[in-house]
Ligand binder design. Structure first.
Ligand code: NAD
Ligand code: MG
Length: 407
């Protein structure tokens, strides 16, 4: 493998950190061109110095001078603002890791797809919000789009890896199954769900991740987003996409073939494994993930997902067969609601309810898929607007509920 220069969009996050861990462990293979972050100037500057980046970009335009000051004397150039983020995504490199959280990652990830040879995609919201249009851009530009999400990386490996990527062929495939741990509330009595706190929701039993995806994992909205992600990545009919609950998170994805064979990919729940797959593609490299010892684990268990307890999965089913505009609206409502929940303004159980109500208010299931970036961002803005109204109507902020109940 020739040396690869890498840009990381969202370098200060969980996926960004795991990516840098691999870069640091393979200095002969990888080096850093550009790192970006939202507002954490100190964190970004520290990483840029440590990994000898050439360029650093802070998304919040008002922090430009702070970044310039933090990088003084390092020789690393500093830029700021949304346009600088897209320009950074287009600086010629060998691979861009798209690891910004949320729809904020859509424009820079699109810019990367249009100009780079390889894009490793962690930012699933990009596909949920604008999958059809985004995948058209991937096809048009000829970029190699590699999944970073562990389930989708697993599916790609189980389908045949590089050989499948060269010549995708589903004739022998019956269905694709993504697994989910079930999150921290899989066995919590259903009545207690409305009282769970943000701290409980972000404490994932298996994975260590950013706060937004941790809450998504607790509502199972993460699985819902991943079903939509899989539909676009593999362009497969939604009826052939399934979710399996697997609390240990050792098997990440399974492909059921027509002859009765099921091929599954296993690994410790450590994002460095799927990230390494994308960074070194089509090779495999060492990671610092713990060895998987099945005898030590002794048992792996599986359950059917409970759609009554976790309505996000039902919502996903409906969105999968809808035209596509609804997914952008639901994604926006979810981002809004997760922020509101983390800020203590709504209850845990309000999150998916707000998504459902927003979809109904916006006539989401009949809205066409966005055809370009502007349409995607406009659906996103609409979803946020309606979700804000619905959140304010719920009249039941977490703290209010707590007071009412203890009175
Ligand atoms: P995180 O919150 O830990 O990090 C997010 C990164 O995006 C940070 O660097 C932050 O500075 C940047 N960012 C946030 N808002 C921004 C904005 N408005 N503009 C520009 N940059 C912004 O998130 P994460 O857990 O690393 O997840 C990143 C993405 O990867 C998400 O889409 C998530 O669903 C996906 N993903 C994460 C994991 C995981 O294990 N963490 C696994 C699979 C997929
Ligand atoms: Mg995942």
């Amino acid at each position: 493998m020739t040396h690869r220069r890498i840009t990381i969009l969202g370098a200060t996050g969980s996926v960004g950190g795991s990516t840098l861990d691999l870069v640091g462990g393979h200095e002969d293979r990888f080096s850093i061109d550009t790192l970006t972050a939202h507002r954490d100037v100190g964190g970004l500057a520290g990483l840029a110095r440590k990994y000898r980046a050439r360029h650093a970009v802070i998304a919040d335009a008002s922090l430009k001078e702070d970044l310039v000051a933090a990088l003084a004397g390092s020789g690393i150039t500093a830029e700021a603002g949304p346009e600088a983020l897209c320009e950074a995504a287009m600086r010629p490199v060998d691979l861009v890791m798209a690891a910004i959280v949320g729809v904020a990652g859509l424009a820079p990830t699109l810019a990367a797809v249009r100009s780079q040879p390889v894009v490793a995609l962690a930012n699933k919201e990009t596909l949920v919000c604008a999958g059809a249009f985004f995948m058209n851009e991937v096809a048009r530009s000829g970029t190699l789009l590699l999944p970073v999400d562990s389930e989708h990386s697993a599916l790609l490996q189980a389908l045949g890896g590089p050989a499948f990527m060269e010549k995708p062929d589903f004739t022998a495939v019956e269905e694709l199954v993504i697994t989910g741990s079930g999150g921290p509330f899989r066995t919590l009595p259903e009545d207690d769900l409305e009282r769970v706190t943000p701290q409980q929701a972000v404490a994932h039993p298996v994975w260590s991740m950013g706060s937004k995806i941790s809450v998504d994992s607790a509502t199972l909205m993460n699985k819902a987003l991943e079903l939509i992600e899989a539909k676009h990545l593999f362009s497969i009919h939604d009826a052939r996409l399934k979710v399996l609950i697997h609390p240990q998170s050792i098997i990440h994805g399974l492909v059921r073939f027509k002859d009765g064979s099921v091929v599954a990919q296993m690994a410790q729940p450590d994002m460095r494994v799927p990230i390494a797959m994308a960074l070194a593609w089509p090779e495999r490299i060492m990671t610092r993930a713990a060895t998987l010892d099945l005898a030590e684990l002794a048992s792996l268990t599986f359950e059917r997902p409970d759609e009554a307890r976790f309505p996000a999965l039902r919502l996903a089913r409906e969105l999968l067969s809808a035209p596509g505009g609804g997914a952008a609206i639901a994604n926006a409502a979810n981002e809004y609601a997760v922020d509101a929940f983390l800020a203590g303004r709504i209850r845990f159980t309000d999150i998916v309810r707000i998504c459902e109500e927003t979809l109904l208010d916006a006539d989401g299931f009949s809205r066409p898929a966005p055809a370009n970036l502007e349409e995607a961002l406009s659906l996103d803005a609409e979803g946020r607007r309606i979700a804000a109204v619905r959140a304010s109507q719920s009249g039941s902020g977490a703290h209010v509920v707590g007071r009412v109940r203890s009175a």
